[in-house]
Design a binder for this molecule. Structure first.
Ligand SMILES: Nc1nc2c(ncn2[C@@H]2O[C@H](COP(=O)(O)OP(=O)(O)O[C@H]3O[C@H](CO)[C@@H](O)[C@H](O)[C@@H]3O)[C@@H](O)[C@H]2O)c(=O)[nH]1
Ligand SMILES: [Mg+2]
Length: 191
């Protein structure tokens, strides 16, 4: 189905941008030569923390250069997330929650692994959900300032967050998937 021909690393800096030549067997049996570029910066993890007593979720807001360049948005609202950098997703996610939000969770549940941009980015994101309460705040959060992170933490009622998807105030795919997953779970419990 796939016959590699050659590969050329175009950039090996933060991530690795590689140009591949290969042949692909089409469904009619013919082999077709193709060129594709892939961007590899490893895999990542993301988590939505939910407070079942207040029906609030924890979100972050930070500057994202690609989003600013392609939309002028100065601060993107997102679920906490981080790159794995070789670590396991569960452990990395717990550390990332602490770094970005200052909250810990005793209930971190893996949901699914999702390719977020499969035409060009190799990464998949491991999705998690977790429960928190006010007493789970054990650090300041905000991210690593020495790495350029300046992350605002937002505690938002779930109903408000759902409206923010409709209004366009939340425009990040992982965040929308997690919020909708939580809503479906709550609705299924009620019915
Ligand atoms: N020097 C340098 N540093 C970078 C670069 N890109 C990111 N960084 C730094 O690397 C760190 C990455 O922070 P994480 O919290 O681990 O990752 P993230 O940027 O939040 O990425 C997460 O969200 C992305 C967007 O949704 C996801 O794509 C990714 O998988 C991950 O889950 C930050 O300190 C950031 O400043 C770069 O091109 N150059
Ligand atoms: Mg992050």
């Amino acid at each position: 189905m796939f016959r590699p021909i050659s590969s050329e690393v175009l950039s090996d800096n933060w991530g690795i941008l590689t140009k591949y030549e290969f042949e692909l067997r089409r469904r009619n049996g013919e082999w077709q030569r193709q060129t594709r570029e892939t961007y590899d910066r490893g895999n990542g993890a993301t988590c939505l923390l939910f407070n079942p007593e207040t029906i609030c979720v924890l979100l972050t807001r930070q500057f994202r250069l690609p989003v600013f360049l392609n939309g002028g948005i100065e601060a993107l609202i997102e679920a906490p997330a981080g790159l794995l950098e070789g670590s396991d997703a569960d452990g990395r996610m717990r550390a990332e929650l602490l770094e970005e939000t200052g909250f810990q969770t005793s209930t971190l549940t893996h949901l699914f692994d999702v390719y977020m941009s499969p035409g060009s980015v190799t990464e998949y994101l491991s999705f998690f959900k977790g429960v928190y309460s006010a007493s789970d705040k054990v650090a300041n959060g905000g991210g690593k300032s020495d790495e350029g992170e300046d992350i605002e933490v937002l505690e938002v009622p779930l109903s408000e967050a759902m409206k923010m998807i409709e209004s366009g105030d939340i425009r990040d795919a992982k965040t929308i998937i997690l919020l909708q997953h939580l809503m479906i779970e709550i609705l299924q419990k009620k019915s």
